[in-house]
Design a protein around this ligand. Structure first.
Ligand code: ATP
Ligand code: MG
Length: 280
């Protein structure tokens, strides 16, 4: 059997703070095949971001410690490969979309400058080079891909001059700059109003489908899972408690925790509503 694009295998992580050690991931295993749309869902504190950081090599060790497991990207174990090989993958083949645009963008540089710099470093890691002018062509190209109407104006703008939705689009554009194969999105758009968030999620989904990317969508929101994934892993207290085709999990949750997540979807009216509808 061939390897999926991303495979997390029996990953366990603990944190040691102030002399106390607590285990926050317990034998987490998940697969993200090429071109697939996979969600990792669980309530706050269940370990989603720790999983994402371990995959991206962003866990600070210490205080964290990976006590067991492997993380394979394209068949190669990220945890044992030389750091320089891992750096070459991060932000290039595997890319991330963060939740909060304002803390991910630098307020004192224009969007064009920031995107140009990201591209320059990604190129460097990949042993490529292009002129400033060529970089700007690529920047405009990805801004158009994220359906930005006026890329010229956006590149010249400072982050504060853009709306929340536009800033989130810029973050997606940044993640696409180096033509990744895998996008990991940790709660994208949760800082936005519901309508704008829905547009952003639709855009992400369209982009991964158009470009044949794999998507790992990390969220606490079952509505987001339903909209963006075909396959879902449910995480509770640092362990995967259930996984399967998204539709099947919604129609027939087997694990009591999954059922409780579905039941916990807030209701605005007294009547019943389809499980997983978003309000948060
Ligand atoms: N630097 C750290 N030191 C100690 N414990 C940590 C650290 N980072 C995370 N944890 C613990 O790991 C657990 C999982 O946290 P994580 O951030 O992965 O949750 P999450 O599922 O992403 O939650 P949310 O939906 O709120 O983002 C939590 O119990 C948290 O307290
Ligand atoms: Mg998180």
């Amino acid at each position: 059997m061939s390897f999926p694009l991303l495979r997390v295998s029996n990953l366990s992580v603990e944190f040691s703070t102030y002399g106390r050690t607590s285990r926050v991931l317990h034998d987490v295993s998940l697969d993200v095949p090429a071109r697939s749309q996979v969600a990792l869902v669980g309530e706050s504190g269940s370990g989603k971001t720790v999983t994402m950081k371990a995959i991206m090599g962003l866990l600070r060790q210490p205080p964290a410690r990976i006590t067991s497991g492997e993380i394979y990207y394209d068949g190669a174990d990220l945890l044992t490969m030389p750091e320089k090989d891992r750096l070459r993958l991060r932000g290039t083949a595997m890319s991330m979309v963060f939740q909060d645009p304002m803390s991910s963008l630098n307020p004192v540089f224009t969007v064009g400058d920031q995107m140009g710099t990201i591209l320059k470093y990604a190129d460097k890691r990949l042993g490529r080079s292009r002129s400033r002018r060529e970089r700007m062509v690529r920047v405009h190209q990805v801004l158009e891909q994220v359906r930005m109407r006026d890329p010229e104006r956006v590149t010249q703008a400072f982050p504060i001059m853009l709306s929340g939705g536009m800033r989130q689009r810029v973050l997606i554009a940044m993640a696409l700059l180096s033509e990744p194969q895998l996008l990991i999105a940790d709660e994208p758009g949760t800082a936005l109003d519901v309508t704008t968030q829905a547009q952003i999620l639709k855009l992400l989904k369209d982009l991964v489908e158009e470009r044949g990317l794999a998507l790992l969508m990390i969220t606490h929101n079952l509505g987001v899972v339903r909209e963006t994934s075909n396959y879902v892993y449910v995480m509770n207290k640092g362990a995967i408690v259930e996984h399967g085709e998204t539709a099947g999990i919604f129609d027939n949750p087997r694990d009591p925790y999954t059922r409780s997540l579905i039941d916990a979807v807030p209701r605005l009216t007294g009547g019943t509503r389809p499980s997983g509808e978003v309000t948060a």
